[in-house]
Write a new protein. Structure first.
Ligand code: AHR
Length: 522
């Protein structure tokens, strides 16, 4: 007999999830059906993008130690960090901010290192910005890790001319004065800029602009911020909504619908953090199950946000030409005690790993509209992949999830149907299981499974996918707040997992609070 669980019946768009299809057996095993004959959109690799702002120890110490540092480096960029990031196949890196971008003046970050002026970073601790990591160093960094460049231009305190000059400096191959200056600074050939953000949070730290005022700026910047590198196309990303507020979405998309030959953009930015409450007070470690459940509930609101803004975008752009770009997302928690104010340093636990997986799954389910996303932030800031302390680095649980999800980059989404069950803690009710599937470019079928429940193991039967074997990795932890530290760097680390079909079943057992990614073989 089959038990039907209806509380959270999960299916992908266009798939009629019948009760009979989504079932669990008497022993609690959940059957996962992979709808291989109903492939969906491509999961753009750019949804696994990252964000490196001049904030705290994100860039300085995290990426840049300078060429004279005793820490092993290549042209000032730390080798250990580059090696770790290469494993993630990071598709793009957003830089220089964030709020920092709207006070950044690119000219201060070019030329001989010793001659660069010290400026201030008023957004983030009011510290000195040495400008030793500028355009050339950032481009070197993304080239070293194999990523594409996503730059944000200064709309808040800059000018359209400053933005136009930056683009000309970077991208022209003509012998203009700016290109000649670039050559003098050691770069004869043009850089490739893949993405250009026209401002950042223009509704807030980026100038507190009304939607209509921003639209008037957007038209000007989108017109004059030209890419001259014909061999390297550039896509422009407009500022969009702050969380659930739809004012920018309406105004910017309406303007896009009325665009003409002189200006255009390709993406609309959405920023939404998993905060719980503002200012961020949820602890990064030492928290209990209530804080766990509340924060997972908060992160699952990404689904509703994408639907809300996606519906408005559909109204103005039914063909889905404009991407929804979630270029700031992740857990924003109480800072690590003893760290500098404004540096946004926080530890990273198994809960962060689950938050990362659930957001990836959400983006993948909306792959037809969400074609780019950037976790905030890459190193030492907010939900980081890597923490550094002098010459040491530690890979966080969030790092491991990124690595496990590499097979989903540019894979084709495949709907899955399963009875998610429910996990209840106090007044919070969540789906117990989340899952996605995709077929990679080599035809291999992958499944990612998250067991949200911190108390129960769950059996998943994958036999309905027609596979004989499942093999991959699982990320579990002794406790939901387990972290990796410089002294114990492998408390949370992926382990191999595999299952073979027997008696018509192919059962994987998911540990409590775990993420599992497996390939299915015939
Ligand atoms: O990621 C930290 C900050 O959060 C960014 O600078 C800003 O864009 C957002 O408010």
């Amino acid at each position: 007999m089959k038990l039907i669980r209806t509380l959270f019946l999960v299916s992908a768009w266009g798939v009629a999830a019948t009760a009979a299809a989504a079932a669990s057996s008497d022993d609690g095993t959940v059957t996962l059906r992979v709808m291989v004959d109903q492939p969906g959109a491509k999961i753009d690799r750019n949804i696994f993008g990252q964000f490196a702002e001049h904030l705290g120890r994100g860039v300085y110490e995290g990426i840049w130690v300078g060429p004279d540092s005793p820490i092993a480096n290549t042209r000032g960029i730390r080798n250990d960090v580059v090696a770790a990031l290469k494993e993630l196949h990071v598709p793009n890196v957003r830089w220089p901010g964030g709020c920092f971008a709207d006070e950044y003046h690119w000219r201060k970050g070019i030329g001989p290192l010793a001659q660069r002026p010290a400026t201030l970073n008023p957004n983030w601790g009011g510290v000195i910005e040495p400008n030793t990591f500028g355009t050339h160093e950032f481009m070197d960094f993304v080239q070293q890790i194999g990523a594409e460049a996503y730059l944000s231009v200064n709309v808040g305190s800059g000018t359209p001319q400053e933005s136009a000059d930056w683009l000309e400096y970077m991208t022209t191959s003509q012998p203009s004065a700016l290109a000649t200056e670039r050559l003098r600074n050691g770069r004869p050939e043009p850089f490739g800029v893949s993405f250009l953000g026209i401002g950042n949070e223009s509704w807030g730290c980026g100038g507190s602009m009304t939607p209509d005022y921003y639209v008037s700026q957007l038209r000007i910047y989108a017109r004059y911020s030209r890419n001259y590198n014909a061999g390297h196309p550039m896509r422009k990303i407009a500022v969009g909504p702050d969380g659930a507020d739809t004012g920018y979405t309406e105004a910017v998309m309406k303007a896009w619908q009325g665009r003409n030959w002189s200006w255009d953009f390709d993406g609309l930015s959405l920023h939404s953090y998993t905060v719980g409450k503002w200012p961020p007070t949820y602890r990064a470690t030492g928290f209990g199950e209530a804080e766990y459940a509340q924060l997972i509930e908060a992160t699952l609101r990404m689904e509703g946000l994408i639907r809300t803004h996606g519906a408005i975008m559909d109204k103005y752009d039914p063909d889905k030409k404009v991407s929804l770009v979630v270029d700031e997302w992740g857990a924003w928690l109480a800072p690590t005690p003893g760290t500098k104010e404004g540096f946004l340093e926080q530890q990273n636990s198994q809960r962060d790993a689950i938050i990362a997986a659930l957001n990836f799954n959400t983006f993948a389910r909306h792959a037809d509209r969400v074609r780019m996303a950037n976790i905030a932030q890459m190193i030492n800031v907010l939900q980081a992949m890597i923490l550094t302390k002098d010459e040491k680095i530690v890979l966080t649980p969030t790092y491991h999830v990124h690595r496990m999800y590499v097979p989903f980059q540019d894979a084709t989404f495949v709907p899955v149907v399963f009875a998610a069950g429910s996990y209840v803690h106090e007044n919070v009710t969540l789906p117990r299981i989340d899952a996605i599937s995709a077929r990679d470019k080599n035809g291999k079928l992958w499944v990612a499974l998250t067991n949200i429940d911190p108390r129960r193991r769950v059996q998943i039967d994958l036999a309905a996918a027609g596979a004989k074997r499942a093999a991959g990795q699982t990320l579990s932890a002794p406790a939901i707040d387990s972290v990796n530290t410089f002294d114990a760097p492998a408390t949370v680390a992926p382990k191999p997992i595999a299952a073979k079909s027997a008696k018509g079943r192919l059962v994987l057992e998911l540990a409590p609070q775990s993420i599992t990614v497996v390939a299915l073989d015939q």
